[in-house]
Design a protein around this ligand. Structure first.
Ligand code: OGA
Ligand code: MN
Length: 237
C-alpha cells in the first residue's frame, strides 16, 4: 500500500499569495523562519515547554549526509518517481519506510540522534519505529495537507538532505496565519501540537511567492521523516 496515501489528508485550496511584509524571526542566529503574525510568533516562541516549532541547521555533517544517501539510493533503486494523480498531496516523488534499526551502524548513530532530539520529552510522544524516506524529484513538490491523525500523533519532524526547499505552514481556517521555513540541506525541522494539528504544511517547488528567494532551480531533495505514534484522543477540529 502507498504510505503517502495513508498518511495525508490533502487540502485542495489554492496556494495563497504571501504578504511581503513578513516580520523576521531569528532562531539559532540563522534567519530560517518567517511569520507576519504576532500570535504566531508567540506560539513559536512560547518556550521550551510547548516547543511547537524547532529548526536546527546542520543537524548532520556532509559525510553523514553522503552515507545516508548511499543507503537511501539502494532502498529506492527499483522505484520510479510518481506523478500520477493530480489531486494527490505529493507530485514527483518516490518513498519507502525503513525501520530505525535497519540502517548501517554509521547511519544508526544519526537516526538515534534524530530520535533523541525530536522526542526529548514525554510530551513529544513515542516515535513510530519506521523512518519515512521521501525523495522529491527535481520537479517534485508537496501540496498543502495535514498528516492523517489516524497514523500520526502530535509530532512530525524531517531531516532535509541534498537541496534547499521552502516549507510553508498555514492555518487551516485563517489564511493570515502563515509561517515559512527555509529548509537547508542537513537541517532538521520539528512541528508539534497546534502547528501539526491545525496548520497545513507543504514543500514549494518555485519560490516566486515566498519570502525566501532561492536562486538555483529546484533540485532533488530527500527527507527522513519521523513521526510520533497516533494519539489516543483524535482531535477533530
Ligand atoms: C509528508 C510530508 C515533508 C517533508 O510526507 O507528509 O509532509 O519534509 N513531508 O518531506
Ligand atoms: Mn506531511
Amino acid at each position: 500500500m502507498n504510505v503517502a496515501f495513508r498518511r495525508r489528508l490533502a487540502h485542495k485550496f489554492a496556494h495563497v499569495c504571501v504578504n511581503k511584509s513578513f516580520g523576521k524571526l531569528v532562531l539559532d542566529d540563522v534567519d530560517l523562519v518567517y511569520t507576519k503574525s504576532l500570535s504566531l510568533k508567540k506560539l513559536i516562541l512560547s518556550g521550551q515547554e510547548l516547543k511547537h516549532l524547532e529548526v536546527v541547521p546542520e543537524f548532520c555533517s556532509h559525510d553523514e549526509e553522503r552515507e545516508i544517501m548511499v543507503e537511501v539510493d539502494r532502498a529506492l533503486r527499483r522505484k520510479r518517481y510518481e506523478y500520477d494523480h493530480w489531486d494527490d498531496a505529493i507530485h514527483g516523488f518516490r518513498e519507502t519506510e525503513k525501520s530505525q534499526t535497519a540502517w548501517n551502524d554509521t547511519n544508526k548513530n544519526v537516526i538515534s540522534r534524530l530520535s533523541r532530539q525530536i522526542f526529548s520529552s514525554q510530551a513529544d510522544g513515542n516515535p513510530l519505529l519506521n523512518v519515512h524516506v521521501l525523495d522529491l524529484a527535481d520537479n517534485g513538490y508537496i501540496k498543502p495537507h495535514i498528516d492523517s491523525h489516524k497514523f500520526c500523533g502530535s509530532t512530525i519532524a524531517g531531516l532535509s538532505l541534498l537541496s534547499t526547499r521552502v516549507m510553508r505552514l498555514q492555518h487551516e481556517k485563517d489564511i493570515t496565519q502563515q509561517i515559512e521555513l527555509l529548509l537547508l540541506p542537513r537541517s532538521l525541522y520539528i512541528i508539534r501540537n497546534e502547528l501539526r494539528h491545525n496548520f497545513t504544511h507543504e514543500i514549494l517547488l518555485e519560490c516566486n511567492n515566498s519570502v525566501f528567494k532561492i536562486t538555483e532551480p529546484p533540485s532533488r531533495r530527500v527527507s527522513l521523516i519521523m513521526r510520533s505514534q497516533p494519539d489516543n484522543i483524535v482531535k477533530t477540529t
